[in-house]
Design a protein around this ligand. Structure first.
Ligand SMILES: [Zn+2]
Length: 177
């Protein structure tokens, strides 16, 4: 009889842990940045995200705001994702649009995450940047939210010969499942 009560108690405990675990997972899925991710994140569907600077300031960390909205550049070798070698997808830190794959990442030795191609050309916009005198650069922005990502240069490895030099802080990493 005692044994049966113990077994029932264990089963109840297991069920309770299961429910708590489920609740915790649900709340974490809606409570962090990943809640901003949507199903149309693979390829830009043409629906731009437009927010005021004040709104972005509330959504982003101070460093993210300076780089993504004010076109700042993080100091080399300081980004969390520069040396990341895990398999997965790099998404826009502001809106979650998929930008780069770990398959196309390479070690450029520059101190910034570097890729030789984007996941989809539709997902980035390029703009001529003449902010440095005597050096015309090509700025790369997120096509959906307009967030500044970095620059693209033509001294990258094959097969494209391109080097997307991207601020780590403009990216979030989603590990492959
Ligand atoms: Zn974006």
């Amino acid at each position: 009889m005692k044994l049966r009560i113990t077994i029932v108690a264990i089963l109840v405990a297991i069920a309770a842990v299961g429910i708590i675990g489920q609740t915790a997972m649900n709340s974490s899925a809606t409570g962090n940045a990943s809640s901003r991710l949507r199903s149309s994140d693979d390829v830009f569907d043409g629906k731009k995200i437009v927010k005021s600077e004040a709104e972005w300031q509330k959504l982003l960390t101070p460093t993210e705001f300076i780089v993504l909205r004010k076109k700042g550049t993080e100091r080399p070798y300081t980004g969390a994702l520069t040396d990341n070698k895990k398999a997965g997808v790099y998404v826009c830190a502001a809106c979650g649009l998929h930008l780069f794959s770990s398959k196309h990442k390479f070690d450029s030795g520059t101190g910034w995450p570097s890729f030789y191609q984007v996941i989809n050309k539709k997902n980035v916009d390029e703009e001529v940047d003449r902010s440095i005198p005597d050096e015309t650069r090509t700025e790369v922005n997120c096509a959906r939210c307009g967030g500044h990502l970095g620059h693209v240069f033509d001294d990258g490895p094959q097969p494209t010969g391109l080097r997307y030099c991207i601020n780590s802080v403009s990216l979030k990493f989603l590990p492959a499942k």
